[in-house]
Design a protein around this ligand. Structure first.
Ligand SMILES: [Zn+2]
Ligand SMILES: [Zn+2]
Length: 211
């Protein structure tokens, strides 16, 4: 199987997910974790590692971040000063209404993903169009390699774009994989996407321009 920078995108044995989930523990030191906890990206395994606060903090330093592990930041950003236009979105030629984009250090490029029966499916991305977008949209170029993604959603009302932590994308992909039905995903998958967008909107702060 091709290595994916988005492990949530590869189909897993969803049958093993039981209702009574065992208590989650830190993958590094086995400390019990709250349901809401931090994650560290394991760049070697292309996987997310659940981490307690103490272990998480070991990998937040930018200088330490060149190794195997990198802490996933918890910031959500929007940039009302530089909205994406429908024309700019169309230039990316993404055949769906919602996608997220992640710069992978292993692949040395930006990869795009959209919700699918597998959770998320990689889509071909016009890298030059993406680079142009980054030049005119600071939020797009602010996403930290491997641990943050740019989420773009196109609806009748317009195009929204956000910077989100990569673990939020994995979580969405996991939910979509469980809920997807039929050709277009069905009502439950659509609702999960709407809920996800709602929580992103609620958490997003405005991007502060660099001085
Ligand atoms: Zn720990
Ligand atoms: Zn976790």
């Amino acid at each position: 199987m091709q290595a994916s920078p988005l492990p949530g995108a590869t189909p897993a044995a969803s049958g093993s997910q039981r209702a009574g989930q065992p208590e989650e523990r830190c993958d590094m030191c086995a400390t019990p974790l709250d349901p809401v906890h931090s994650h560290v990206a394991d760049l070697e395994q292309s996987a997310l590692t659940c981490a307690c606060r103490a272990c998480y903090l070991l990998f937040t330093d930018a200088g330490a971040g060149r190794g195997r592990y990198r802490a996933v930041p918890d910031r959500y950003l929007r940039d009302p000063a530089r909205p994406l236009t429908a024309a700019e979105w169309a230039e990316l030629d993404i055949p769906v209404g919602l996608a997220f984009f992640l710069r992978s250090s292993q692949r040395g490029q930006v990869c795009g993903f959209y919700p699918s029966p597998a959770g998320a499916t990689e889509c071909t991305l016009d890298l030059q169009a993406w680079a142009r977008l980054g030049e005119s949209h600071p939020l797009v170029s602010s996403a930290e390699e491997d641990v943050e993604a740019v989420l773009v959603s196109r609806a009748d009302a317009g195009v929204e774009h956000f910077l989100v932590p990569i673990d939020a994308c994995y979580e969405l992909a996991g939910r979509i994989r469980l809920l997807w039905q039929g050709f277009d995903g069905g009502a439950e998958a659509r609702q999960a996407i709407e809920e996800f967008l709602g929580s992103v909107r609620a958490r997003a702060r405005d991007l502060v321009p660099e001085t």
